[in-house]
Design a protein around this ligand. Structure first.
Ligand code: FMN
Length: 233
Protein backbone atom coordinates (compact mmCIF):
# COMPACT_ATOMS: atom_id res chain seq x y z
CA UNK A 1 0.00 0.00 0.00
CA UNK A 2 1.28 3.45 -0.81
CA UNK A 3 -0.60 5.97 1.31
CA UNK A 4 -1.42 9.32 -0.17
CA UNK A 5 1.48 11.69 -0.06
CA UNK A 6 1.08 15.21 0.99
CA UNK A 7 3.03 18.22 2.05
CA UNK A 8 1.71 20.57 4.59
CA UNK A 9 3.60 23.40 6.07
CA UNK A 10 2.12 23.43 9.51
CA UNK A 11 1.49 26.89 10.79
CA UNK A 12 4.32 28.72 12.37
CA UNK A 13 5.31 26.95 15.53
CA UNK A 14 7.46 28.50 18.14
CA UNK A 15 8.99 25.89 20.39
CA UNK A 16 10.46 27.44 23.46
CA UNK A 17 12.22 26.26 26.53
CA UNK A 18 11.45 22.57 26.20
CA UNK A 19 13.91 19.95 27.31
CA UNK A 20 14.80 16.54 25.95
CA UNK A 21 12.79 13.90 27.76
CA UNK A 22 12.58 10.81 25.57
CA UNK A 23 12.71 7.80 27.80
CA UNK A 24 10.23 5.28 26.54
CA UNK A 25 8.97 4.40 23.11
CA UNK A 26 5.46 5.50 23.82
CA UNK A 27 6.35 8.81 25.28
CA UNK A 28 6.35 11.97 23.26
CA UNK A 29 9.82 13.41 22.90
CA UNK A 30 10.12 17.14 22.94
CA UNK A 31 12.57 19.19 20.96
CA UNK A 32 15.12 21.13 22.86
CA UNK A 33 15.86 24.03 20.60
CA UNK A 34 14.15 27.32 21.00
CA UNK A 35 14.97 28.52 17.51
CA UNK A 36 12.45 26.80 15.30
CA UNK A 37 9.88 28.70 13.33
CA UNK A 38 8.60 26.27 10.74
CA UNK A 39 7.41 22.68 10.88
CA UNK A 40 7.05 20.65 7.72
CA UNK A 41 4.92 17.53 7.62
CA UNK A 42 6.76 14.88 5.64
CA UNK A 43 4.94 12.62 3.20
CA UNK A 44 4.18 9.21 4.67
CA UNK A 45 6.99 6.74 3.93
CA UNK A 46 6.54 3.55 1.94
CA UNK A 47 6.46 0.36 3.93
CA UNK A 48 7.38 -1.94 1.07
CA UNK A 49 9.63 -1.91 -1.95
CA UNK A 50 10.95 -3.85 -4.91
CA UNK A 51 14.61 -4.26 -3.92
CA UNK A 52 15.68 -7.25 -1.84
CA UNK A 53 17.80 -6.86 1.27
CA UNK A 54 20.40 -9.08 -0.40
CA UNK A 55 20.59 -6.79 -3.42
CA UNK A 56 20.90 -3.70 -1.23
CA UNK A 57 23.65 -5.35 0.83
CA UNK A 58 25.55 -6.31 -2.31
CA UNK A 59 25.19 -2.90 -3.94
CA UNK A 60 25.95 -0.70 -0.93
CA UNK A 61 29.19 1.23 -1.46
CA UNK A 62 30.41 4.54 -0.11
CA UNK A 63 29.94 7.01 -2.96
CA UNK A 64 31.33 10.50 -2.46
CA UNK A 65 30.26 12.42 -5.56
CA UNK A 66 26.74 13.04 -6.79
CA UNK A 67 24.84 14.51 -9.70
CA UNK A 68 23.73 18.10 -9.40
CA UNK A 69 20.09 16.97 -9.14
CA UNK A 70 17.73 17.84 -6.30
CA UNK A 71 16.23 15.28 -3.98
CA UNK A 72 12.50 15.51 -3.34
CA UNK A 73 10.62 15.54 -0.07
CA UNK A 74 9.38 11.95 -0.46
CA UNK A 75 12.98 10.80 -0.70
CA UNK A 76 13.96 12.77 2.38
CA UNK A 77 10.94 11.35 4.20
CA UNK A 78 11.88 7.78 3.33
CA UNK A 79 15.53 8.25 4.27
CA UNK A 80 14.63 9.77 7.64
CA UNK A 81 12.12 7.05 8.38
CA UNK A 82 14.79 4.44 7.72
CA UNK A 83 17.13 6.26 10.10
CA UNK A 84 14.89 6.71 13.13
CA UNK A 85 11.27 6.45 12.03
CA UNK A 86 8.48 4.93 14.06
CA UNK A 87 7.90 1.35 12.95
CA UNK A 88 5.33 -0.11 15.31
CA UNK A 89 2.22 0.75 17.23
CA UNK A 90 4.25 0.74 20.40
CA UNK A 91 6.48 3.45 18.93
CA UNK A 92 9.57 1.32 18.45
CA UNK A 93 11.79 2.58 15.67
CA UNK A 94 13.46 1.26 12.53
CA UNK A 95 16.83 0.94 14.32
CA UNK A 96 17.37 -0.92 17.60
CA UNK A 97 18.10 1.08 20.74
CA UNK A 98 19.42 -0.14 24.09
CA UNK A 99 16.51 0.02 26.54
CA UNK A 100 14.48 1.75 23.80
CA UNK A 101 15.91 4.99 25.14
CA UNK A 102 16.57 6.48 21.71
CA UNK A 103 19.57 8.74 22.25
CA UNK A 104 19.93 9.74 18.58
CA UNK A 105 18.76 13.00 17.03
CA UNK A 106 18.85 13.37 13.27
CA UNK A 107 19.36 16.61 11.36
CA UNK A 108 19.03 17.22 7.63
CA UNK A 109 21.40 19.72 6.10
CA UNK A 110 19.35 20.60 3.06
CA UNK A 111 21.08 22.27 0.15
CA UNK A 112 19.19 21.15 -2.93
CA UNK A 113 15.88 19.58 -1.92
CA UNK A 114 12.60 20.40 -3.70
CA UNK A 115 10.12 22.10 -1.36
CA UNK A 116 12.78 22.77 1.28
CA UNK A 117 14.69 26.00 1.56
CA UNK A 118 18.43 25.53 2.14
CA UNK A 119 18.59 25.15 5.91
CA UNK A 120 19.25 22.77 8.76
CA UNK A 121 16.18 20.85 9.85
CA UNK A 122 15.65 18.53 12.80
CA UNK A 123 13.68 15.32 12.36
CA UNK A 124 10.89 14.60 14.80
CA UNK A 125 10.07 10.88 14.44
CA UNK A 126 6.94 11.09 16.58
CA UNK A 127 4.94 13.02 14.04
CA UNK A 128 7.30 12.53 11.07
CA UNK A 129 8.01 16.21 10.68
CA UNK A 130 10.98 18.41 10.03
CA UNK A 131 11.54 21.49 12.12
CA UNK A 132 13.62 24.25 10.61
CA UNK A 133 16.43 25.11 13.00
CA UNK A 134 18.84 27.29 11.04
CA UNK A 135 18.33 29.01 7.69
CA UNK A 136 20.95 28.92 4.95
CA UNK A 137 23.04 26.44 3.02
CA UNK A 138 25.52 25.15 5.58
CA UNK A 139 27.08 22.40 3.46
CA UNK A 140 30.21 24.29 2.51
CA UNK A 141 31.06 25.27 6.08
CA UNK A 142 30.32 21.79 7.38
CA UNK A 143 32.46 20.27 4.66
CA UNK A 144 35.34 22.44 5.88
CA UNK A 145 34.75 21.23 9.44
CA UNK A 146 34.92 17.71 8.04
CA UNK A 147 38.47 18.19 6.80
CA UNK A 148 37.27 19.54 3.43
CA UNK A 149 35.51 16.34 2.47
CA UNK A 150 33.78 17.15 -0.80
CA UNK A 151 30.90 14.70 -0.32
CA UNK A 152 29.33 17.02 2.24
CA UNK A 153 29.27 20.06 0.00
CA UNK A 154 28.26 18.15 -3.14
CA UNK A 155 25.36 16.10 -1.79
CA UNK A 156 21.92 17.70 -2.17
CA UNK A 157 21.21 16.68 1.43
CA UNK A 158 23.34 15.46 4.29
CA UNK A 159 22.13 13.76 7.45
CA UNK A 160 23.87 14.61 10.68
CA UNK A 161 23.43 12.12 13.50
CA UNK A 162 23.89 13.51 16.99
CA UNK A 163 23.54 11.68 20.29
CA UNK A 164 22.41 12.63 23.76
CA UNK A 165 24.56 10.17 25.69
CA UNK A 166 22.86 10.87 29.01
CA UNK A 167 19.63 9.26 27.85
CA UNK A 168 21.43 5.94 27.75
CA UNK A 169 24.19 6.37 30.35
CA UNK A 170 21.49 7.40 32.84
CA UNK A 171 20.36 3.79 32.83
CA UNK A 172 23.48 1.86 31.81
CA UNK A 173 26.31 3.99 33.20
CA UNK A 174 29.61 3.96 31.27
CA UNK A 175 28.49 1.02 29.20
CA UNK A 176 25.83 3.28 27.74
CA UNK A 177 28.55 5.12 25.81
CA UNK A 178 29.29 2.04 23.78
CA UNK A 179 25.58 1.39 23.28
CA UNK A 180 25.07 4.85 21.80
CA UNK A 181 28.06 4.46 19.51
CA UNK A 182 26.69 1.14 18.32
CA UNK A 183 23.28 2.64 17.71
CA UNK A 184 24.46 5.29 15.32
CA UNK A 185 25.98 2.50 13.23
CA UNK A 186 22.63 0.72 13.08
CA UNK A 187 20.82 3.88 12.03
CA UNK A 188 23.40 4.87 9.43
CA UNK A 189 23.40 1.37 7.92
CA UNK A 190 19.62 1.57 7.60
CA UNK A 191 20.06 4.78 5.62
CA UNK A 192 22.72 3.26 3.37
CA UNK A 193 20.52 0.26 2.53
CA UNK A 194 17.35 2.33 2.16
CA UNK A 195 19.21 4.64 -0.24
CA UNK A 196 20.25 1.72 -2.43
CA UNK A 197 16.65 0.52 -2.53
CA UNK A 198 15.71 3.98 -3.84
CA UNK A 199 18.51 4.27 -6.37
CA UNK A 200 20.34 6.84 -4.25
CA UNK A 201 23.96 7.04 -3.14
CA UNK A 202 25.43 7.58 0.30
CA UNK A 203 28.67 7.60 2.23
CA UNK A 204 29.30 7.65 5.97
CA UNK A 205 31.63 10.28 7.36
CA UNK A 206 33.09 10.15 10.84
CA UNK A 207 36.14 12.39 10.33
CA UNK A 208 35.35 15.95 11.42
CA UNK A 209 36.19 18.49 14.09
CA UNK A 210 33.43 18.10 16.68
CA UNK A 211 33.58 21.61 18.11
CA UNK A 212 33.45 23.21 14.67
CA UNK A 213 30.47 21.10 13.64
CA UNK A 214 28.70 22.07 16.85
CA UNK A 215 29.44 25.74 16.20
CA UNK A 216 28.06 25.61 12.68
CA UNK A 217 25.08 23.26 13.03
CA UNK A 218 24.20 24.40 16.55
CA UNK A 219 22.55 21.26 17.90
CA UNK A 220 21.39 21.42 21.52
CA UNK A 221 24.19 21.59 24.09
CA UNK A 222 23.76 17.96 25.13
CA UNK A 223 23.74 16.66 21.54
CA UNK A 224 27.09 15.37 20.29
CA UNK A 225 27.68 15.06 16.54
CA UNK A 226 28.70 11.54 15.56
CA UNK A 227 28.20 10.88 11.87
CA UNK A 228 27.46 12.63 8.59
CA UNK A 229 25.64 10.71 5.87
CA UNK A 230 25.52 12.60 2.57
CA UNK A 231 22.72 11.45 0.25
CA UNK A 232 22.50 12.10 -3.48
CA UNK A 233 22.02 10.65 -6.96
C1 FMN B 1 33.19 4.76 11.48
C2 FMN B 1 33.45 5.08 10.03
C3 FMN B 1 33.94 6.33 9.71
C4 FMN B 1 34.14 6.67 8.36
N1 FMN B 1 34.55 7.93 8.05
C5 FMN B 1 34.70 8.27 6.75
C6 FMN B 1 35.07 9.60 6.41
O1 FMN B 1 35.28 10.46 7.24
N2 FMN B 1 35.18 9.88 5.09
C7 FMN B 1 34.93 8.97 4.12
O2 FMN B 1 35.02 9.31 2.94
N3 FMN B 1 34.59 7.69 4.41
C8 FMN B 1 34.46 7.32 5.71
N4 FMN B 1 34.07 6.06 6.02
C9 FMN B 1 33.74 5.10 4.94
C10 FMN B 1 34.86 4.10 4.69
O3 FMN B 1 35.96 4.74 4.12
C11 FMN B 1 34.31 3.02 3.75
O4 FMN B 1 33.24 2.36 4.39
C12 FMN B 1 35.37 1.99 3.37
O5 FMN B 1 36.32 2.57 2.51
C13 FMN B 1 34.76 0.77 2.70
O6 FMN B 1 34.09 1.12 1.51
P1 FMN B 1 32.53 0.86 1.30
O7 FMN B 1 31.78 1.63 2.32
O8 FMN B 1 32.24 1.32 -0.09
O9 FMN B 1 32.29 -0.62 1.47
C14 FMN B 1 33.88 5.70 7.35
C15 FMN B 1 33.40 4.45 7.71
C16 FMN B 1 33.18 4.14 9.03
C17 FMN B 1 32.61 2.78 9.37
Amino acid sequence: MRPARFIAVVSTVIITGLTQSAVSPGRCETMSAAKSSETIQLPEPRYDGDVSVEHALRMRRSVRSYKDDPLNLSEISQILWSAQGIASRRRYRTAPSAGALYPLEVYVIAGNVKSLSPAIFKYNPHNHTLVKMLAGDMRFELSRAALNQGAIKKAPAVLLFCAVYERTTGKYGRRGIRYVDMEVGHAAQNVCLQAIAMGLKTAVIGAFRDAEVKNIAKPADDEHPLYFVPVGR
